[in-house]
Write a protein that binds this ligand. Structure first.
Ligand code: GLC
Length: 715
């Protein structure tokens, strides 16, 4: 009788209590959660803190064959790597109808750059600098994923990185905290919308918390060690922006930070995430991350690891089975308090309530909606435009755009690959959904044959060389690809190189030999057509690098917000200055670099005042003119340098940008507002704020722009 009564009770209560929407950052109290908590056993509460993978796809080093039995027994309340409306409906039925309390399963999946319609990899998306398009891509991904039984994505990946050896630099938004923060917030808004209980929005997950993008030697999972100042100034902002945008889950990172694995860092999860940022959602481990603290040498066994994690604020155990196997004994022995388990369980149930799962556990499992909403013509048309927008024209001596109808050769190991277009973390994207490779797409617009004088050479990295557990000790393309380029140039060919890759590459030889270089990243489902659209001028490229491309690995780490040092390299022949003997200090391609098929002229910068103070603001203006013969989009970038501070300050920091589209000959004034917050940083006493002093402002087409003006600020 008890069993039969309870589900009916919850449905009734759910209708009353879950009508309220989760606000963007705060969760309301759900009376139904309260009533559940009152009747749940310790084992059932622990079950809600357990996340296992199905056997649909493998995203980590272990599997859990008996996950359905775990669900039936109430030992597992959450499942990852399982989708489709049909499959999730059956698993949900087991949870709702075959367990004592019928608490619905939360289904999660890595929807990183699209679900079925795959967009460019995130490093590519970021190169569009198009925040609205990035938000729209997350919305489409959410619509497609929510139609396939999913309520939770392990995205946005907010890891800043200046480490091209690291395979996962492909998954993030590059090196800049200002741009990365805007992108992180936009993706959360796109995924979660204004109401998590809608059937086309999904729960975002801020990962990997924190500073996973700074592994020593660029080797995945390796040690991360940096000052608190550097962490807060350059690595934490995108995570915070995502939390401020309302993300209700966070994933801990595999790395240690300052000697403490993030999976047991109370400093990260309690002091900063919950204490300073007011985060109210739940924290999930990464795949077996809790168990890995044994390898870190931080926990002596799986029980100890579980104790350390949950007491540090980690609510859900992905795949380590530490909480499932040891939490009951940890509570009964007093090493973990009942309140700690209650808090973890409640946070998870609150999010399930916010998703509307108690109102209708099957609302996301609709096969008709699944068919209607995925891979629609509208989604594919958007993907094609967005993919072209993400591409960066690194070099062009005039060979591009190519002329339709003029015979070209198309060569290179990636020219006819549909698989590589999708990149890593391709969600439920399938090669069979890719309509054209680059070769296919070029053939549709012009004759293709090898006797041609112009060659499109598609080279780079196979997609498996990027993403998780894919660090490289070299950042060059394979030697045989460069040899092919050398050969073509020896034959007097004009060569447009199309790059498909997921990291900054050492292009020092290619940049000398190629007549043009188009950085296409892994451009997604519609990427073959998007590459052709750019090569033949249907789209004028507008992408800008969001990560610095070095001349060689020896320059790494190299990034635009570097410090000046006490011996800046300013005298070409000087010895005792910070320089190399064999290469210049400047990168091959700077952060913010990207060419167009037109040209843009910049006026001098005008300031509405040369000094301001307190809460006043200063306006900086520049007039940009399209000085070429075709319409183009330019990302006008604004950088600030604080000349003297209580700690040393970067020579450039991105503090604003605006994308503008100009017709040939058209001019437009672009205005940036500088205020106290623009100038704020972690001062020597680690307080956040501005300081009085002199500043330079730079506005231009890339981080190495030289047009500047100066002003003074007084706090
Ligand atoms: C992986 C990744 C993480 C992903 C998770 C689930 O190990 O580190 O980014 O979300 O496992 O697939």
């Amino acid at each position: 009788m008890m069993r039969k009564l309870l589900p009916a009770l919850f449905v009734a209560l759910a209708v009353v209590s879950c009508g309220r929407k989760a606000s963007q950052s705060k969760l309301p109290n759900y009376p139904k959660v309260d009533s559940l908590m009152k009747v749940m056993t310790l084992e059932e509460k622990i079950g809600q803190t357990v996340l296992f993978t199905s056997d649909w796809s493998v995203t980590g080093p272990s599997m859990r064959p008996g996950y359905l039995d775990d669900i039936r027994a109430g030992r597992c309340g959450n499942l990852l790597n399982a989708h489709t409306a049909d499959f999730t409906r059956e698993v949900q039925r087991i949870a709702v109808e075959e367990t004592r309390l019928g608490i619905p399963i939360l289904f999660g999946f890595d929807v990183i750059h699209g679900f079925r319609t795959i967009f460019p990899i995130n490093l590519g998306m970021s190169a569009s600098w198009d925040i609205d398009a990035i938000r729209r891509s997350a919305q489409i991904a959410a619509e497609e994923a929510a139609a396939a039984g999913l309520q939770w994505t392990y995205s946005p990946m907010c890891d800043i990185s200046v480490e091209p050896r690291w395979g996962r630099i492909s998954e993030g938004s590059g090196e800049d905290p200002y741009l990365g923060s805007l992108i992180a917030a936009a993706m959360v808004e796109g995924y979660q919308g204004d109401d998590l209980s809608k059937d086309n929005t999904i729960l975002a997950c801020v990962k990997h918390f924190a500073a996973y993008g700074a592994p020593q030697a660029g080797r995945d999972y390796n040690t991360v060690d940096m000052s608190e100042r550097w962490l807060r100034e350059f690595y934490l902002p995108p995570y915070k922006a995502a939390v401020d945008a309302g993300a209700l889950s966070v994933m801990a990172s595999f790395n240690e930070l300052d000697g403490v694995p993030a999976h047991a860092s109370a400093h990260l999860m309690q002091d900063i995430l919950r204490g300073e940022w007011g985060f109210e959602g739940f924290v999930v481990s990464d795949y077996t991350g809790i168990m890995e603290m044994i390898h870190h040498g931080y926990a002596k066994d799986l029980a100890d690891a579980g104790r350390l994690s949950i007491n540090a604020g980690l609510d859900m155990d992905m795949m380590a089975a530490s909480y499932m196997n040891h939490m009951k004994e940890l509570v009964e022995s007093g090493r973990v308090s009942m309140k700690t388990v209650d808090d973890a369980c409640r946070r998870i149930l609150n999010v399930k309530a916010a998703l509307g799962l108690f109102d209708d556990p099957y609302k996301y499992c609709d096969t008709e909606r699944e068919k209607e909403r995925t891979l629609t013509d509208e989604n594919k048309a958007f993907a094609r435009r967005f993919s072209a927008e993400s591409m960066v024209l690194l070099k062009n001596n005039g060979i591009l755009p190519l002329k339709k109808g003029e015979k070209v050769a198309v060569m290179g190991p990636l020219a006819n690959s549909k698989d590589d277009l999708l990149g890593s973390w391709r969600g439920a994207g399938e090669v069979k959904s890719v309509p054209a490779s680059v070769l296919d797409a070029v053939k549709e617009v012009t004759p293709v044959g090898d006797g041609a004088s112009k060659v499109i050479l598609v080279i780079g990295e196979p997609w498996s060389w990027t993403g998780e557990a894919a660090s490289r000790s070299s950042i060059k393309v394979p030697e045989e690809q460069i040899a092919l380029l050398r050969q073509l140039k020896k034959q007097g060919k004009k060569v447009a190189v199309v790059l498909m890759n997921g990291r900054p590459l050492d292009l020092s030889e290619e940049s000398e030999l190629a007549d043009a270089i188009l950085e296409a990243w892994y451009p997604g489902t519609m990427g073959g057509y998007a590459v052709a659209d750019v090569l033949f001028g249907d789209v004028n490229p507008s992408g800008k690098l969001t990560v610095t491309f070095p001349r060689n690995l020896g320059q790494v780490p190299i990034y635009h917000y570097a410090k000046n040092t006490g011996r800046p390299y300013v005298h070409p022949e000087a010895k005792y200055e910070s320089r190399y003997l064999d290469v210049p200090n400047e990168p091959l391609y700077a952060f913010g670099h990207g060419l167009s098929y037109t040209t843009f002229g910049y006026s001098d910068i005008t300031l509405d005042k040369t000094s301001f103070k307190g809460a006043d603001v200063l306006k900086a203006r520049v007039t940009v003119t399209n000085t070429g013969d075709r319409e183009g989009t330019e990302t006008v970038q604004m950088y600030i340098r604080d000349l003297v501070g209580s700690v040393t300050r970067p020579v450039r920091q991105l503090k604003g940008f605006e994308r503008i589209t100009l017709a040939p000959g058209e001019s437009r004034e672009v205005e940036f507002t500088i205020d106290r917050e623009t100038l704020s940083f972690y001062r020597q006493d680690m307080t956040w704020g501005a300081e009085s002093g002199d500043f330079d402002i730079f506005i231009g087409t890339a981080s190495n722009c030289t047009k500047n003006a100066s002003f003074t600020y007084e706090i």
